[in-house]
Design a protein around this ligand. Structure first.
Ligand code: MEV
Length: 309
């Protein structure tokens, strides 16, 4: 019988990039975009065989350069089965666009490990799964903060500080975000390295920029807890302006941000690592159909609405 598991995508509401330098960030799951993994018995002696359905590729868990194979090996280590791998075929699919700032890498790893662990009769506690997905992220992205794996594993909005216990927090009043995709793929490793290069040239200056972003994230947390949704828009706009100075926006993202604001969104910003990927806009107070039409007109290849609650 097949065993399936899944994990959602994520959006960063405030604090991307600065979070890599120990500043707080706020992120939420995107339940409408998910990675799923389905495990069925495999051929005898084949070990774990991975089918990446969206990419049209497949390989054994021993494949050297594949992050899903690495995820499978880390799982086998965690359950002490590296020398006795079970014969299982795991098929991974995802509706989260790749390299778009929505946490697709963390979500496919989480879904694969969760499904395999269940099929092996060793379901993983979320804390263990989170640590394992973080390990995959580190090997693939260099210096991730850990925010992506935390949100996709716990599936809750989170106030996140690197290396601290993740802190889920109460949402005083639910709100809706429009997420618009530029259709431009962008590597997290590249943008994180670009920000690091800037930081190393002028650490005091960029430290101050990160501190401003930290203050925005702190203020946003207080407003979210108190249900003061209207206060979030200006903070999103301020955060986007600071990300622009960090060179992680791009004309396509700026066009979507401008279009969202012109269509009545009280605030908009890039989300995730930037230079492509997705933009988020606060959709409360805006006409959703008009907002979506304006975003598509400005170049969005996809628009989804997600509720943060
Ligand atoms: C990527 O989703 C968010 C970044 O802040 C990198 C990270 O936190 O690891 C750009």
């Amino acid at each position: 019988m097949a065993v399936t598991a899944s994990a959602p995508g994520k959006v960063i509401l405030f604090g991307e990039h600065a979070v890599v330098y120990g500043r707080p960030a706020i992120a939420a799951p995107v339940h409408g975009r998910r990675a799923t993994a389905e495990v069925v018995p495999g051929e005898q002696g084949a070990g774990i065989y991975i089918v990446a359905a969206d990419k049209g590729s497949s390989y054994p868990h021993t494949a050297a350069d594949e992050s899903l194979a690495l995820a499978a090996r880390l799982l086998l280590d965690a359950v002490h089965r590296r020398d006795t791998p079970p014969d299982l075929t795991v098929t991974v699919r995802s509706t989260i666009p790749i390299a778009s700032g929505l946490g697709s890498g963390a979500a496919v790893s989480a879904a694969l490990m969760r499904a395999l662990a269940q099929a092996m009769g060793c379901p993983l506690p979320d804390d263990t799964l989170n640590a394992l997905v973080y390990e995959v992220e580190k090997r693939h992205h260099g210096t991730p903060s850990g925010i992506d794996n935390t949100v996709v594993v716990y599936e809750q909005p989170v106030y996140f500080v690197k290396e601290a216990q993740p802190a889920p927090f109460t949402i005083g009043a639910p709100f809706t975000l429009a997420i618009a995709d530029t259709g431009i793929s962008s590597s997290t490793r590249t943008t994180v390295n670009a920000v690091r290069a800037l930081y190393e040239c002028a650490p005091a200056h960029w430290g101050r920029v990160f501190n401003k972003i930290a203050s925005i994230a702190e203020a946003a947390r207080a407003h979210i807890i108190a249900g003061r949704v209207g206060e979030l828009g200006p903070l999103m706009n301020e955060n986007h302006a600071l990300l622009q100075t960090m060179t992680v926006s791009c004309p396509a993202l700026d066009a979507l941000v401008e279009a969202a604001r012109a269509a009545g969104a009280p605030g908009a910003k890039l989300s995730g690592s930037g230079r492509g990927g997705n933009m988020i806009a606060l959709a409360d107070g805006a006409d959703h159909a008009k907002l979506e039409a304006a975003l598509r007109e400005a170049g969005a290849v996809d628009v989804v609405f997600t509720r943060v609650e």
